[in-house]
Design a protein around this ligand. Structure first.
Ligand code: GLA
Length: 736
């Protein structure tokens, strides 16, 4: 809900989870509050005048303006930190003095042209639009705020209403102060008057094959920054940042979080000043993005999703999960049970053939698998990773009956057929490159740095986008292809378009993303029934931007069950299980060489979109039986894991164990895993959460437990002997 005070002095966005209060202080837009709800009705909101807080900030005539809680810190306002908006003007200065002009509530949630965003479908949404203007340059900023399912969506449209061009160097999607609350711990350094008990900063740090490990540390006394300059959101950092009370846990304490609905380079930071707040922001990376704004033109920033939770990190995750499950994207697959798939990558690598694919599919079908995915190696001269990206025509040596013939045979087994692509790439050794050597990102006269022996198409170009769209349409209509894995296996270097003029070269990275989003929109619109899964060397582009077009992502190239406990646990901070691909692979594991039991590999994979990444013919009879049982279990629980609430119970980062729980109104699925076996083991207890205390829950052996007992007394966990053991327990709530 949105309340605008009649004098248009203050604006109060409120819902059941948070309040966000902005104030127009003589033309300067201040953020007076972001936290627990202050109002639940319009009457309560009207009574909630926070103007008394203004006296605690230096006045407009003071030099110390930087300690005011600007909603849009800009250059030349007295703010001395990194700005949210900075426009260099024709006179050569970068003063960007945005003054409040007007406020309006518009019905619904306007789409962001060319960009993915949360939609507010099924809700009577309204959007607060606040217009600010720099009177000298004519730069107008319209800030847009919508509440969806307990979260706040924020973006900004910058328009040049002046007569001279402007160069945007900073255009954050969201920026907001987060309060330091004075507590008993005191200020660790004594350097600031306001640090109180400080705040922790939380983000998801990683690398290839070990993505999204939560980092939590004191935000400190300066600027804490995370970023990607890679042209992809990246394995290294996810476009997510949160500040939390140092005492916040999984279930209690305050957390303020921002997540960007964008798949390219980004920056997020928490700036600490001598003020009673830390300044949190997220948006395009000023290092890699610049935009020339000609008179009359507008620039739309990506959308940021802000979450406040008074119920710790778990509360934060529940809000993100619910939002992304229900309000992100338009694929009909969002709400469908996802098929159990088998992918041949780790079974054959490039050495695939129709015969091998059909052998894998035939065996997999017997185990209960529903979808056969043919990975890299099916096209052109692709016998290894040195060539052929761009030559998207089936290799007849490997596939004598073409894609069509193979798809028909897979369908005849009673399975769906899916295919791997890497449409954004071009191998120097490819017919496409020989025909269009200028189609890759590059700078004339400089080296074209290869990654995995490949270059990146200049997707900022319309002709390249049109080629990609036509190619995808051609291949997808050539056979019954019901699933696509859309990969992107390297980061950008020499990330410039040869066709943009000098003044616009720095626009390449964002134009690339806009081009890619156009391609994805057109292709997914043309094939709405195809299930798309995104991938980037595993989870190198696991973000809400990609999830808008493709409802699931290959979480990591690391399929080892022990590593997956950590990867899936960390990913769940922001992204729901319905977004995560999770597969059983062969042992010894191809990434780490570890040998884990089939049961553990499968039970960990139950925590995402379940699949297999192996040649079933290599499994022992015993493992085949176990795999079939796990596949049957995956089908039983997939509606629960895709739509239920997810809770992290025990962290694999701080213990020898890991536990997580999915629950809905009817069922609970608990996973408990032990990494290393211990002698004289005394069963650990796991304490469930969020159950109905008075309800009775029945396990698969018919044993009954009260919800209260499961939560308060816990459930002791025993394991089979040996390392890397796991248990899953499925509980059904009794109706009587
Ligand atoms: C990436 C993906 C893998 C596989 C290979 C194929 O690494 O993450 O799953 O598809 O590419 O080259």
């Amino acid at each position: 809900m949105i309340y605008i005070d009649p004098s248009k002095q203050w604006f109060h966005l409120y819902c059941e989870t948070f309040s966000y209060v902005l104030y127009n202080a003589d033309g300067t837009l201040l953020n007076l509050y972001w936290g627990a709800p202050l109002a639940h009705t319009a009457e309560e909101a009207a009574r909630c005048d926070l103007s008394y807080l203004l006296s605690s900030f230096p006045s407009g005539s003071s030099f110390e303006l930087e300690n005011r809680p600007f909603e849009v810190p800009a250059v030349g306002t007295g703010w001395f930190g990194d700005p949210a908006v900075r426009a260099v003007n024709e006179a050569g200065d970068d003063l960007t003095q945005l003054t409040f002009e007007s406020a309006a509530i518009v019905p619904g949630k306007p789409a962001l042209p060319g960009l993915p965003s949360v939609s507010a479908e099924n809700e009577t949404a309204e959007t607060l639009e606040l217009t600010l203007r720099d009177s000298l340059t004519g730069l107008q900023a319209v800030l847009s705020y919508t509440i969806t399912a307990g979260t706040l969506e924020r973006h900004m449209v910058l328009t040049n209403n002046g007569t001279a061009p402007l160069t945007l160097t900073h255009m954050a999607s969201a920026s907001a102060p987060v309060p330091f609350k004075t507590g008993t711990a005191g200020n660790p350094s004594g350097a600031l008057s306001f640090a109180g008990e400080g705040l922790d900063v939380i983000h998801l740090r990683g690398a290839w094959a070990r993505e999204r490990r939560p980092v939590r540390t004191s935000v400190g006394l300066s600027t804490y920054k995370i970023e990607s300059q890679r042209g992809a959101s990246g394995h290294e950092e996810n476009p997510f940042i949160a500040l939390a009370a140092p005492t916040a846990t999984e279930t209690s304490g305050e957390v303020w979080a921002m997540n960007l609905v964008y798949s390219g380079s980004f920056a997020a930071e928490a700036q600490v000043k001598d003020a009673p707040f830390a300044y949190l922001s997220i948006g395009l990376n000023p290092m890699t993005h610049r935009w020339c704004l000609a008179p009359g033109e507008s620039f739309v920033t990506p959308e940021a999703v802000l979450v406040y939770s008074a119920e710790g990190l778990g509360g934060m995750s529940h809000l993100y999960h619910k939002l992304y499950r229900n309000y992100l994207g338009h694929s009909p697959w969002r709400f469908r049970e996802r098929p159990v798939l088998i992918n041949n990558w780790e079974a054959t690598y490039f050495n695939l053939s129709e015969e091998k694919i059909l052998a894998i599919a035939g065996e997999a079908k017997k185990l209960g698998v529903e979808l056969m995915v043919m990975d890299d190696g099916w096209f052109g001269n692709r016998f290894d990773d040195h060539r052929a990206l761009g030559d998207w025509v089936e290799n007849r040596e490997k596939l004598p009956n073409g894609l069509k013939g193979l798809a028909e045979k897979v369908n005849a087994l009673g399975m769906m057929f899916g295919l791997w692509f890497e449409p954004e790439m071009i191998s120097p050794d490819s017919d496409l490159y020989r025909a269009h050597p200028d189609w890759c990102l590059h700078v004339n006269g400089r080296r074209r740095t290869e990654g995995r022996n490949q270059l990146i198409l200049d997707v900022s170009r319309k002709d390249v986008q049109d080629f990609m769209i036509a190619m995808m349409k051609r291949v997808l209509s050539s056979a019954n292809i019901q699933y696509v894995k859309w990969d992107m296996n390297r980061n950008m270097t020499e990330a410039f378009s040869s066709v943009l003029p000098a003044a616009q070269k720095m626009e390449t990275q964002h134009r690339y993303m806009l081009g890619l989003y156009r391609v994805l929109q057109e292709v997914t619109d043309a094939f709405p029934e195809v299930l798309f899964e995104s991938c980037s060397g595993g989870g190198g582009r696991f973000d809400a931007g990609m999830l808008y077009y493709m409802p699931q992502t290959w979480t990591s190239d690391d399929t080892d069950a022990v590593e997956r406990l950590k990867i899936q646990y960390g990913t769940s901070y922001v992204y729901p299980a319905s977004a995560m691909g999770a597969h059983i692979s062969i042992v010894p594991n191809h990434q780490v060489g570890r040998v884990t039991p089939m049961k553990t590999r499968g039970e960990v994979a139950l925590g995402g979109n379940f699949g297999l990444e192996l040649d079933p013919a290599q499994l022992s009879e015993e493992d085949k039986k176990e795999a079939a049982a796990l596949i049957a279990r995956a089908k039983t629980v997939r509606s629960l894991t895709a739509n239920g609430r997810f809770d992290r119970l025990i962290s694999p980062f701080v213990s020898n164990y890991c536990a997580w729980q999915f629950s809905d109104d009817d069922r609970v699925l608990l996973l408990f895993a032990q990494v290393l076996a211990q002698p004289n083991y005394i069963p650990q207890r796991v304490y469930l959460t969020g159950l109905y205390p008075a309800a009775l829950y029945e396990d698969e052996d018919g044993r009954l437990y009260s919800g209260a007992a499961l939560m308060q007394a816990g459930l002791p966990m025993e394991f089979a002997r040996g390392d890397y053991q796991s248990r899953t327990i499925l509980l059904t709530k009794r109706k009587d």
